[in-house]
Design a protein around this ligand. Structure first.
Ligand SMILES: Nc1ncnc2c1ncn2[C@@H]1O[C@H](COP(=O)(O)OP(=O)(O)OP(=O)(O)O)[C@@H](O)[C@H]1O
Ligand SMILES: [Mg+2]
Length: 264
């Protein structure tokens, strides 16, 4: 069975957020900003000295865009993604996410924003070890409370089918390969119909065929539902599908280009 023919993961719950596709189709020439990063710097104290791992990064991402962050190992990609997603605090600078200044929000408010609007695929998948694949995928929606568990399980099963794990629903993370865990993490990230999906090397542990499936899944979500994608990747094929590429080197943005005009 092909793992992904069509992306119909949103048929049961329609997203309530406006999509850039609908904005474009209505002829509105001004897209909405969904992420605004201003002079972002992250330093760590290591052995009594300051290490600047991200320096003065600024950019804006509009609703419905797909942006690839690329650069060598250690260049600050995961650091930048964590800051953009409000999972880490900058040393200086500012992040506005879905029109909210995340530095002004308390941890509870940030948690609600994450739960309702964001999806994450972490570089280290961060599955909950005591939950099965199916239960891990259901977690973000269960956190909303008052959910129909049967419907959630149906949707989680559908997502796991789409990433090719229909036969692994009851496996615990320790019983899954690295690539399988990554796919569970991807299914989980889609569960809440995120307005903005952050993914750190989403194809990093996958073989070529499975990687292609995941790339289609991500970009179908982007094209058909207007989900904004911010992806860290070393995968050229994935980066080439993004509308924009931000290239980091030694903690600095060295180029920001439209994917079509870039030769990375
Ligand atoms: N908690 C920390 N304390 C000190 N230095 C850190 C910490 N976390 C990350 N770093 C350093 O920050 C730099 C950037 O790390 P980051 O994880 O953002 O890199 P990356 O571009 O995602 O690399 P990779 O492609 O290997 O995942 C690295 O040099 C790393 O050693
Ligand atoms: Mg990284």
């Amino acid at each position: 069975m092909p793992m992904l023919q069509t992306l119909n993961i949103h048929t049961t719950s329609s997203p309530t957020f406006p999509t850039s596709l609908s904005i474009v189709s209505k002829g509105n020439p001004v897209p909405n900003t969904i992420l605004e990063v201003t002079q972002l710097t992250r330093q760590y104290q290591v052995g009594g000295r300051h290490l600047t791992v991200l320096h003065d990064a600024s950019f804006t991402i509009n609703e419905g865009e797909s942006v690839a962050i690329i650069g060598p190992s250690g260049s600050g990609k995961s650091t930048l993604l964590g800051l953009c997603a409000g999972l880490d605090q900058p040393t200086s600078g500012n992040v506005r996410l879905v029109n909210q200044d995340i530095a002004r929000m308390n941890e509870d408010e940030r948690a609600v924003l994450r739960r309702d609007k964001l999806g994450f695929v972490f570089q280290a998948f961060q599955l909950l070890p005591t939950l099965t694949a199916l239960e891990n995928v259901m977690v973000p929606m269960e956190m909303r409370g008052k959910q129909n568990t049967h419907k959630l399980a149906e949707r989680a099963t559908e997502l796991l089918n789409q990433v090719g794990l229909g036969e692994r629903l009851d496996h615990y993370p320790v019983q899954l390969s690295g690539g399988e865990q990554q796919r569970v993490a991807i299914a989980r990230a889609f569960m809440n119909d995120p307005a903005l999906l952050f993914a750190d090397e989403p194809t990093g542990n996958l073989d070529t065929a499975t990687g292609k499936t995941i790339v289609s899944l991500l970009f179908d979500l982007n094209e058909h539902h207007g989900t904004t994608l911010v992806l860290v990747t070393h995968d050229d094929e994935l980066a080439s599908k993004a509308t924009r590429i931000i290239r980091l080197q030694a903690g600095k943005i060295i180029t920001e280009t439209n994917a079509s005009s870039s030769s990375y």
